[in-house]
Design a protein around this ligand. Structure first.
Ligand SMILES: Cc1ncc(COP(=O)(O)O)c(C=O)c1O
Length: 459
């Protein structure tokens, strides 16, 4: 049901076009389409806009509504904390932040045990970059300042995080010069392996070896860390072969550099385990988190360190980590995060993510059998992706003039599903999604792909 009159929505839309910067959107394009769309309510996997249109949000906002929309318990926890204490005196902390750090230490892999809280993913990555460089100053290896990340990765919008990333959708040219000391290896993308691997394992091995080659070429004693997302999203949930992360761990150990796992998307149940690193039994030296930490109810992130790394910053004023994020460890955000994790655990959402992720993948695999333009389907838990191709044999994408992304996005929206179309796509509904809701998503996907293939003369 509409919560606003047409006139009210029109006025809000006009105002947004004039005054608001909507991320990833350009105003004249939105104006042409009568956008930005303005949302007013959410419950479970569903969201409703101000005109009363209801959708399944098959992207969980931006991969973050892990427990779904509209959980009153989280609002209640935040409200109760707001009534008690909304910030703390300088140089002190608060009870929810302590309890949250303890909780995180208990659910993260291995000896990850100390958390620096931030307000989001980019700040967490930026914090990890600074921690890695400062760590090597503390332990007497000050020449280690370089970072190796991968092409086809996204790590955030701030300058350090941007320098780590390598996504065509976020070109760096506008912001150059980049920070010095950042180098990029290949993405272990089994469907489009840059190093010609023909199986996920072979691709993983060659791409991990390429990281080792960069370390050797740069000089191991200059490299501070290798940074990677366990599963990369810019090219649509690229799941590396199972040997990739164990190999990265081994390579980092061999050359004495840190391994930083950016679990901003993959953390907190998204991949069917609490953290994606759990799939491969490895412990990174630093793990960055955000998004699912609070399921996006309030902004919050963190950089979590293994004990030996954190201990380098303990013992004297000189050793201390000189870094502050004003809103890091905010008591209201921490209270929301604690409740969010509690819901996730009590309602078995991580297990549901594994189960429903498998179910979604099965559905998408069936569609791949049916539609030639679906080139590849992949995923882990509820982090799924696919490639849409013009030619299955050559894996050639549709030309830009085909407007594939816009066609698909519009088609999904017309059928009540929020998803971003494109050559490489992500599907990541909230972890509370039911089999019936997955069926709806897959049915709409089938319909929209059928229509799009027909429109493009490809089926
Ligand atoms: C893997 C990864 N790291 C970092 C970030 C940056 O997070 P934020 O947008 O909260 O700054 C993102 C955002 O999508 C991400 O996907």
């Amino acid at each position: 049901m509409a919560t606003h009159t047409e006139t009210e929505v029109d006025a809000l839309t006009e105002s947004a076009l004039e005054h608001l910067w909507v991320y990833l959107r350009e105003p004249s394009d939105m104006a042409e389409k009568g956008e930005p769309q303005i949302f007013v309510e959410g419950k479970g996997v569903h969201v409703t806009d101000a005109r009363g249109n209801e959708y399944i949000d098959a992207m969980s906002g931006l991969w973050l509504k892990n427990v779904g929309y509209g959980r009153h318990e989280i609002a209640d926890a935040a409200y109760a904390q707001m009534l008690k204490l909304t910030y703390m005196p300088m140089g002190t902390t608060n009870e929810p932040a302590v309890l949250l750090a303890e909780k995180i230490a208990s659910i993260t892999p291995g000896d990850l045990s100390r958390c620096f809280f931030t307000s989001g993913g980019s700040e967490s990555v930026e914090t990890a970059i600074k921690l890695a460089r400062a760590y090597f100053k503390r332990v007497g290896e000050p020449t280690r300042y370089k970072f190796i990340s991968r092409k086809g990765s996204y790590h955030g919008a701030t300058m350090g995080a941007l320098a780590l990333g390598g996504t065509p959708g976020f070109p760096k040219q506008d912001y150059e010069p980049m920070m010095p000391g950042f180098f990029h290896g290949p993405q272990p993308h089994p469907y489009r392996c840059e190093y010609g691997g023909t199986t996920p394992e072979e691709c993983a091995e060659r791409c991990a070896n390429a990281i080792e080659e960069i370390i050797k070429f740069q000089g191991p004693d200059t490299v501070a860390a290798v940074v990677a997302e366990p599963i990369s999203s810019p090219y649509g949930a690229v799941v590396p072969g199972p040997n990739y992360w164990p190999m990265l761990r081994e390579i980092c150990d061999r050359y004495g550099c840190l391994l930083i796992a950016d679990e901003v998307i993959t953390g907190f149940g998204r991949t069917g385990k609490m953290f994606a690193c759990d799939h491969w039994g490895i412990t990174p030296d630093i793990m960055t988190v955000a998004k699912g930490l609070t399921s996006g109810y309030i902004p919050m992130g963190g950089a979590i360190l293994r004990k030996p790394i954190a201990d380098a910053f303990v013992g004297s004023p000189q050793a201390a980590f000189k870094h502050v994020i004003t809103f890091g460890g905010h008591p209201v955000a921490a209270a929301a995060a604690l409740k969010n994790i509690q819901i996730m655990e009590e309602e078995g959402m991580v297990e549901n993510s594994a189960r429903m992720g498998r179910y979604l993948l099965d559905g998408l695999e069936e569609l791949k059998e049916k539609h030639q333009i679906i080139g590849d389907v992949r995923g882990l838990g509820l982090l799924c992706g696919l490639d849409i191709v013009k030619d299955r044999q050559t894996k050639e994408p549709f030309p830009a003039e085909a407007n594939l992304g816009a066609r698909l996005t519009q088609g999904f929206s017309d059928n009540g599903i929020i998803l971003r179309g494109g050559d490489a796509m992500n599907i990541a509904p909230p972890l509370c999604v039911t089999a019936g809701e997955i069926d709806e998503i897959v049915t709409v996907f089938d319909k929209v792909i059928t229509q799009t293939a027909r429109d493009l003369g490809a089926e």
